[in-house]
Design a protein around this ligand. Structure first.
Ligand SMILES: Nc1ncnc2c1ncn2[C@@H]1O[C@H](COP(=O)(O)OP(=O)(O)O)[C@@H](O)[C@H]1O
Ligand SMILES: [Mg+2]
Length: 422
């Protein structure tokens, strides 16, 4: 007989690596508390807790306590990024997102991969740096190997207007719309040490922003020309059924291919045609003041996916399986639609989509109602109010609070209807 009692309770610690945000972390912490203990089929009771991580020197062999980390820093702050890599490699810590592929395969690689899959990425060129790179070998290399090129010829091939934007992208930094040769020369001169793409413009009817968290996807009607609080319209079914299917599929396919599990994808849509333009966002916007109506879904999805990964012991998928996608892409016996469905099947295999939803139904049947109550509680009101106070000037507090409260009331009404509650 063994003298060690069987493990009956396990506590899983989730780490939050945060920057300036207060809204969604508070929401996450409060919703995580609503999950309650989960008893898995083997009789073990799982408890989930979270902690905000701090940044400090670390011994590379130091044990890591967190089993899962939601990271909002690694795309710009290298110390925590390297800690995340250590945690993934030495401790199997589950990461949303993988710093490895976000560092090595940014927007440019994502363009290439989706072109390879046969998707409608707009025509895009990469041009050499405007200013020399800071390296003693530059002069020799440049004189011998850098071929002179005519920027205007490339622009003419793409046609005006076109977009010039950094190959790695993010937050509209360095993005410009180029209407003519004058703009072209000025934007290239200004690009300095940024490496730039030139991309043809898509004339679109809808800008679809798909936020995917694990196997969950929300397709939102995004209006980039609007001020922040009005960018996400609450509209369901704004895309044709075919475009809606493609947008949701592409978002999950990208994530599964690159191992990104909390990422937003921007696609420009005309009729049934979907043009992906930006889908490597390591730190997607989930602010309550921009997502409003969609905020409860987003935080619930983060909590649900984290709980699923930890309780089922899902292993962080460190290796990529891009070859499987390319093998489908290279077949000539499949239509575009059949290929998309085949990629999506791989993505859903990666995310264990079917098992995930069955698990949520079995282990978190109470969560939808608990979140609905929480959104109507004083705690949520306080969170919204304090976010508005820190986001907008004093004379605008009342108007913005009323604006967001209206949108949240709309969500509450729709959610009650969805859940069949009077
Ligand atoms: N090819 C394009 N056609 C039309 N609009 C574009 C195109 N590329 C970028 N834009 C516009 O520029 C914005 C910023 O470009 P994006 O590629 O999303 O850069 P970032 O990674 O900085 O968000 C987009 O949200 C869109 O409004
Ligand atoms: Mg973008």
């Amino acid at each position: 007989m063994s003298d060690t009692a069987p493990v009956t309770t396990r506590t899983h610690l989730i780490g939050l690596l945060l920057g300036a945000e207060e809204d969604w972390p508070q929401a996450f912490e409060q919703l995580l508390a609503l999950v309650g203990p989960i008893t898995s089929d083997d009789g073990v009771t799982h408890e989930l807790t979270s902690e905000r991580l701090t940044i400090e020197p670390f011994d590379l062999r130091q044990p890591v306590r967190t089993e899962l980390v939601i990271d909002r820093l690694a795309h710009w702050y290298y110390h925590p990024r390297e800690w995340l890599k250590k945690a993934a490699l030495m401790n199997d810590t589950y990461l949303l997102n993988s710093p490895f592929t976000f560092q090595s395969m940014e927007k440019h690689s994502a363009y290439c991969a989706l072109m390879r899959l046969g998707l409608k990425v707009p025509d895009t060129w990469l041009v050499p740096y405007k200013n020399p790179v800071d390296n003693v070998r530059w002069a020799y290399t440049s004189a011998k190997y850098n071929r002179p090129f005519d920027l205007k010829t490339i622009a003419n091939r793409l046609g005006y207007p076109l977009y010039m934007k950094p190959f790695d992208g993010g937050g509209w930094r360095g993005v410009s719309r180029i209407n003519d040769e004058h703009d072209l020369v000025r934007a290239y001169d200004d690009s300095g040490e940024m490496l730039m793409h030139l991309q043809s413009t898509v004339d679109y009817e809808h800008f679809a922003r798909a936020l995917s968290i694990g196997p969950e996807t929300m397709v939102m009607d995004f209006r980039p020309e609007q001020p922040m609080h009005n960018r996400y319209a609450v509209s369901h079914g704004f895309l044709s059924p075919s475009a809606g299917h493609q947008v949701a599929a592409i978002s999950r396919i990208v994530n599964a291919m690159f191992g990104w599990e909390f990422n937003s994808a921007e696609m420009l849509v005309t009729g049934d045609d979907v043009y992906p333009i930006d889908y490597a966002n390591a730190c997607p916007d989930v602010a309550v003041t921009s997502l409003h109506y969609y905020f409860p879904w987003a935080i619930k999805a983060l909590v649900r996916w984290s709980a699923y990964c930890l309780v089922t012991g899902r292993r962080p998928p460190l290796d990529l399986t891009m070859r499987r996608y390319f093998d489908i892409a290279d077949r000539d016996d499949l239509s575009e639609a059949a290929k998309l469905d085949a990629y999506l099947a791989l993505a859903d295999e990666y995310f264990e989509t079917e098992a995930y939803w069955a698990w949520c139904e079995h282990h978190l049947p109470h969560l939808d109602r608990a979140v609905l109550e929480w959104v109507q509680s004083e705690a949520f009101h306080h969170l919204l109010n304090s976010t508005v106070v820190t986001t907008y000037p004093a004379h605008e507090h009342d108007v913005f609070l009323a604006h967001f409260e209206g949108l949240i009331r709309l969500w509450v009404a729709d959610e009650k209807q969805r859940l069949g509650i009077e």
